[in-house]
Design a binder for this molecule. Sequence first.
Ligand SMILES: Nc1nc2c(c(=O)[nH]1)N[C@H]1C(S)=C(S)[C@@H](COP(=O)(O)OP(=O)(O)OC[C@H]3O[C@@H](n4cnc5c(=O)[nH]c(N)nc54)[C@H](O)[C@@H]3O)O[C@H]1N2
Ligand SMILES: Nc1nc2c(c(=O)[nH]1)N[C@H]1C(S)=C(S)[C@@H](COP(=O)(O)OP(=O)(O)OC[C@H]3O[C@@H](n4cnc5c(=O)[nH]c(N)nc54)[C@H](O)[C@@H]3O)O[C@H]1N2
Ligand code: SF4
Ligand SMILES: [Mo]
Length: 896
Amino acid sequence: MNALGTLPKPVATACPYCGVGCGVLMTADASGAITASGDPDHPANRGRLCVKGSALGETIGLEGRLLHPMIRSRSGTLERVSWDSALSATAEGLSRIARTHGPDAAAFYLSGQLLTEDYYAANKLMKGFVGTANVDTNSRLCMASSVAGHRRGFGSDTVPGTYEDLDEADLLVLVGSNAAWCHPILWQRMLATKQARGARIVVIDPRKTATSADADLMLAIRPGMDAALFSGLLVHLAETGALDRAYIDAHTTGLDQALARAREIAPTLAATAITCGLPEADVATLFAWFTANPRVVTLYSQGVNQSAQGTDKVSAILNCHLATGRIGRVGMGPFSLTGQPNAMGGREVGGLANMLAAHMGFSGTEIDRVGRFWGAPRMAEREGLKAIQMFDAVEAGSIKALWVMATNPAVSLPRADAVRRAMAGLDHFVVSENMLSNDTVNSGAHILLPAAAWGEKDGTVTNSERRISRQRPFLPLPGETRPDWWIIAEVAKRMGYGEAFDWPDVASIFREHAALSSFENRGSRDFDIGGFSHLSNSDYEVLAPVQWPVRTPTDLGDKRFFAEGGFFTPDARARFIAIDQPDLKAEPDPAFPYLLNTGRMRDHWHTMTRTGKAPTLGRHRVEPLLEIHPDDAAVEGLAAGDLAEVTSTHGKATLRVAVEPGQSRGSLFAPIHWNGETASHGRIGALVQPFTDPWSGQPEMKATPVSLTRVAPGLEGFILSHGAVDLPAGTVWARAAIDGGLGTVFAAPQGLDAPALARTLKPEGGSISEFEDAARGVYRAAIFDGERLVAVLFAALGGRPSWSWIETQFGAPELSPLARKALLSGRSPDGLADAGPTICACFAIGLTAIKAAIAHGACDVDAVGVALKAGTNCGSCRPEIKRVIETLNGQARTLA
Ligand SMILES: Nc1nc2c(c(=O)[nH]1)N[C@H]1C(S)=C(S)[C@@H](COP(=O)(O)OP(=O)(O)OC[C@H]3O[C@@H](n4cnc5c(=O)[nH]c(N)nc54)[C@H](O)[C@@H]3O)O[C@H]1N2
Ligand SMILES: Nc1nc2c(c(=O)[nH]1)N[C@H]1C(S)=C(S)[C@@H](COP(=O)(O)OP(=O)(O)OC[C@H]3O[C@@H](n4cnc5c(=O)[nH]c(N)nc54)[C@H](O)[C@@H]3O)O[C@H]1N2
Ligand code: SF4
Ligand SMILES: [Mo]
């Protein structure tokens, strides 16, 4: 909730989270509270939102925001300064380092969460004016293998299809994608296609997920073996006469070599199954379905991209679609699901170090063309350093100036602890941020530039299907915050490049970007939005979501690529790629016997700087979990709820064990979201190895060798408080937003003086109610300021009680005498059971209620919805409800 806004009518904007790119309507009620609803007119979501989108209103408060420019003083503290001082210091540092050490000693590290206009400005400044291509982005960790795969196969970074294909397909193959959690609205569309057309869904993922719960076929592939599976499929297609010879002959080259290589990798169905660690019958089913269904869409995400063979995985998938001519036609095609709201926009402007601008690379002609367009004095002449190399160069001291915008590399890069240390050694370290504190800012940033956040910023983003949407502001700029593009332009002016950065408004940047896309293009480049080069400011304001290309002002319809060939290679033919032999991983190192897979949770976004503010989103998982197969847990002497320390050669984390039969043996899964601000020992990036794909430079973030040890928990408990509580060193803790404050879970292996800690929470003149049972090691305290409950501490030896009922009291303005009495029991006075972990975040329905509804006869997900409303809003929790039903039914059968 944010009472700052006064919205006379709903503002239509785009969701700041995933690449689905849903349209959102932001509406203020009479009290000024702002809430989000799905925009019925937006083609990506047609009125629906997932739980993260629905809870956007909870994330726009100003707590923790960076509201003023700041510079770190010699003593290390951050001090507020004027914009002029901060901008001049930023410009002076960049100029000085480029002058003294050469332009390549400077770098920008950008993000798919910047708007296209911000991204365009940053890319232009560095590649055209500072004179280095050391501009890379978190998209290197996200989409780089798809980009490389597209460019190798198509000659351009083109996503050929549209979302409509998902509605019109008969077979949907998801490879390394947990769409039920990560692209929920597209997942709803796929489930609707299953209902409407009887489409089949296949999920290929080493672990069972919420997505695989609804699949017709689940292939628990050996990690990393996807390229072998799709090589086997190519061989099968060739052998069963399923190739589209007409398409191959007219529009492609290189099939013979690619097929010969595929035959070496996966000669037979049986060999494919063995390499991939899959039952032969399941592989046969996939191959038969793929062969039989022309309308097949293969969707892929980070299980493909974030891999040592990411680009080859992409090429192996594209090969199968090219070989069957199933591309660019209704209901068929390869489909790279993009992660961030503007992953695509960043690729369009050239945010990657190996791209120049507007889908152009670094050939002499392209450098010359872009240089003339920009009137640039100092064009970068070659590709710059990709993220991992860039941070290696920071560590080695050859990059001395770094400007980080809209990303948190101290959490999200591999070897995150080393990254943190490396940044602390920079000569000139600038961060543009929304938050005053995050792991990157706290790595010693010298200059903090307060950027406008979602809801305040204005511009465009492009979603997974090439659809450009407007993000519109509905809140005033708080404090002294400014849009990222403005900050970059002001720095450019102070570096002496005023003329080229003198944009009066954001629409001017969009027009310039559009003009560059069509400059000397004449159909030679896929990305062309020249139709918008003369868009008026008022037309920009009301721009409706539109798919590129937009080659002329009236070229506004939806479009697909490549049904009739027309690839962006010199001979207009697609290339089949003979991929490398997949790396059949050697036997595990006995010192690091497990492979650590990492990824996302349903209700959190990346490093939690936004979703961490929303109580609705904090309840699904309050702390970082480590998922492990029951047999591995038994070998390690671990039970559910224990703490385990996970160690790689690069770092350590301590996580709560979740025993999951859906995990493959030898493989562990941990979430990426927790960081130094939200957990003491949850920085999973610290463990991840910096191993990269040879073509894309994207790191393999899903398979780091690790070892495991049980941590004796000691005293465990939780604290509910208004602000953050400092816990003694050695305590393992994690923090989540709750109504009215923060909930902190802790475990103190070395013990903890709970009564003393409770006293530190007591305000002057406040009071404490306590309960102690020394024999059981139980201590509970409720701390009041007058009648108001200001903190609660529960501690016990072994086992952490739930805070769900207490949270409802914590948010209340006043406690009833009965509630006050009941507080230290942890249960509501009416004896209602604890709500259990939240399953349905939209209606705050816990596991206990869902189990009760099932016990009362709700036999499927819809029936649970009728009884409790759970699962009836965004639908994100439906797979989990289904699983509870299946588990309970399984138990009932075992008992019977
Ligand atoms: N809730 C939520 N949604 C998000 C985000 C978020 O932070 N939270 N982030 C957004 C962003 S930026 C991105 S990039 C997307 C990512 O979306 P996804 O890629 O769907 O998400 P991940 O959880 O990273 O990984 C997907 C799956 O890859 C599997 N996997 C691991 N190794 C392999 C392998 O070798 N082969 C195969 N086939 N699969 C493998 C993992 O087990 C995992 O289930 O999500 C976007 N949406
Ligand atoms: N182990 C492991 N690591 C991973 C992944 C994985 O699967 N496993 N996934 C990778 C992927 S796909 C991704 S996309 C990355 C994501 O990782 P990051 O990009 O590091 O994560 P975010 O939390 O999204 O960071 C965005 C930061 O920018 C700030 N911010 C948000 N909006 C704006 C804005 O408009 N302007 C400015 N200046 N600041 C803003 C936020 O406060 C936040 O601090 O993580 C990668 N790292
Ligand atoms: S699916 Fe959810 S997170 Fe993704 S854009 Fe839509 S509402 Fe936002
Ligand atoms: Mo991503």
